[in-house]
Design a protein around this ligand. Structure first.
Ligand code: AFP
Length: 339
């Protein structure tokens, strides 16, 4: 008999059993996430055939050009998530304020923060994109406000992403390791294919947008120069570089084979009065939880990402995450530069 393998639902139920936790509501919540990701996977896969490519001709709250698919992805996700009665509110990278659950639906105990389509500049060139999500609890019975979403990353009860690439993959953590599921389109199910994802401590691969080299601050400049010096330099080995242009693509590769991802503070961001480029609630926190749960580290260079107390929904932070040896080295370079 040919076996289908473990579905996402079966995995969540079995994990709940192993942890002695009742996971009914949570299982239903993750099923809604999976449904939304399947719908988006189909849209992304159809590309131009679905008429969803190109610019929408408007900007999001961060002043970035929105693609048609950014907007559609936001609507698809909200539509799939708002009806269950399990969410108290939703915050999206594409919306200025949080989205309250309409009165016609019951309100639940969880808050969802998500980036509907990360790496959207890759859409028109058929490159990797993804949806990133983060779930926290809403302990209060009243309707949440924006401030209820401002929780440190350590308070996430679940985080994950769905990568839309040659295969669509849902990768998630509920705080007990990291597992990856590949979408089997023939049955419409995410099937467990990567049961225990671990980021190796050691790596010889880094990911950074090197076109910003002239803006880098001393710690990153030193780090990249030393990597690029190869066998003749202080690292005494050659390094490889990759940059997907979508954090989901880069973090997925790092979860699969190790590496370090950098979107650090630089002189250009400083001059513009920005705290970083990537968003704490929709990118850095969920990816940070995944990386830490897989044995890696997630830092800004001066503090652990998951311990940052957010001060606004769309807060940005510097990001350095991945294989522990390299992140520790970068933290040390930051300490030495400020000593
Ligand atoms: P978009 O979703 O606007 O394309 O941004 C993607 C992203 O937030 C992250 O996924 C990438 O790692 C990073 O920005 C790429 O930024 P650069 O274009 O500055 O390299």
């Amino acid at each position: 008999m040919s076996e289908l393998g473990t579905t996402l639902t079966q995995y969540i139920i079995e994990q709940g059993r192993a942890q002695n936790e009742s996971r009914g509501a949570f299982t239903a919540l993750l099923n809604d996430v999976a449904t939304a990701c399947k719908r988006l996977s189909n849209l992304v896969r159809l590309g131009e055939l679905a008429g969803v490519l190109g610019a929408a001709g408007q900007e999001n709250v961060q002043g970035e050009d929105q693609k048609k698919l950014d907007i559609i992805a936001n609507e698809v996700f909200i539509d799939a998530m708002q009806r269950s009665g399990l969410l108290a509110g939703i915050a999206s990278e594409e919306m200025d304020e949080h989205y309250p659950i309409p009165n016609r639906f019951p309100r639940g105990d969880y808050l969802l923060a998500f980036d509907p389509l990360d790496g959207s500049s890759n859409i028109d060139v058929n490159g990797a994109t993804g949806t990133i999500f983060s779930i926290t609890r809403h302990v209060d019975s009243s309707a949440p406000g924006d401030s209820d979403f401002l929780k440190a990353g350590t308070e996430q009860v679940c985080a994950g992403y769905c990568l839309y690439s040659s295969a669509s993959m849902l990768v998630l953590t509920t705080g007990h390791g990291v597992a990856g599921f590949t979408l089997d389109n023939s049955v419409g199910e995410f099937i467990l294919t990567h049961p225990d994802i671990n980021v190796p401590r050691e790596t010889s691969e880094y990911a950074i947008n090197a076109s910003y080299a002239r803006h880098w601050l001393a710690p990153e400049k030193r780090y990249i120069e030393e990597c690029n010096a190869g066998t003749e330099g202080p690292r005494e080995r050659n390094f490889n570089m990759r940059w997907a242009g979508s954090m989901v693509g880069d973090i997925h590769r790092i979860l699969c084979r190790g590496g370090v991802f950098l979107y650090p503070m630089d002189a250009k961001l400083q001059a513009a009065g920005k705290q970083g480029k990537l968003r704490l609630l929709y990118e850095a926190n969920p990816m940070g939880m995944l990386i830490e749960q897989a044995g890696g580290l997630a830092h800004t260079g001066t503090e652990r990402i998951l311990e940052i107390q957010p001060d606004s929904l769309h807060q940005r932070v510097p990001v350095i995450m991945g294989s522990a040896d390299e992140v520790e080295r970068l933290i040390r370079y930051h300490e030495e530069a400020s000593a």
